[in-house]
Design a protein around this ligand. Sequence first.
Ligand SMILES: [Zn+2]
Length: 327
Amino acid sequence: QLSRLRGHVEKTEQQLEEKRRELTELGIELAHKVNILNERAVAIYKNGEITYLNILVGSTDLRDLATRWLLLSRLVERDATIVKEVKELRQKVSLQKELIEGKKRLLLEEQRQIEEVAAAAQSKRDEIKVRYEQKVALQNQIKSQYNQKKNLKNVVLARYDEKANLLAQARQDEEALEALEEELKKESEAIRARLSERTEGERPAGRLAWPAQGTLTSGFGPRWGRMHEGIDIAGSHGAPIIAAEDGEVVQVNEGYGGGNGKYVVIYHGGGLSTLYAHNSGNAVSVGEKVKRGQVIAYMGSTGNSTGVHLHFEVRINGVPRAPLEYL
Ligand SMILES: [Zn+2]
């Protein structure tokens, strides 16, 4: 549409140029005629002010008047012709001017249309550009959101790994604990097996002596899902531990002892025996006869222990019993 309009404008401009040329030619002709008229006037009326009437008024006699009248009428006739021609030419020029004006208006209208089409095209281009920029902005937004989600996912995965590690660690700890308990159980079973063979003698009638000074921190019975086979008395490191009753030392352990650490077992008669564990040191040896109240060991935290304390057991035929019922 734009190229068609432009072709049309070009054609109109050519036509306009032609008309202008014609107008110029007409103008030249008009100027020529006007010139003739002027020359005539100059030639006939020497000072330019003289009118036709003055020619008549200036006559001397009747014959002169007749001659002047004839001349005047010829002049008037010729001048009228020139004037008529001039009028016609002026009309022609005016018509041409109107035609040119018309063409001009048409040309302006076509230019206006071209500008409208061009403006519409520009507006369309602007709109497309805005849409493209909006699309790019949206794409960037989506990309940014995707990256955020990706980062979040990585954080979650990292936390998951951390928890999985903690869980694995906990399982290992649990397994280690179970292994320790298993070890202690075996040690306890071995002690029981040995003590179950000892039944000779009289069981002491009275209550047992407290084996150490300190605070009772744990009683006999189930503890943390397993059986606690004695009582715990917390005290100071190296504090004396005494025999709860007269008896014979039947076992002295100096090593880890399945978690009991350094410990001493004393048989008192009638199937009754006592055990003293986690000692920092033992003061007796196997086969030794001890008296009630005699120092047999010193308080410590050997074996599987988290603080200085005495683990004290009372056993009947090797089976652990609640110590507080005998003390
Ligand atoms: Zn204990």
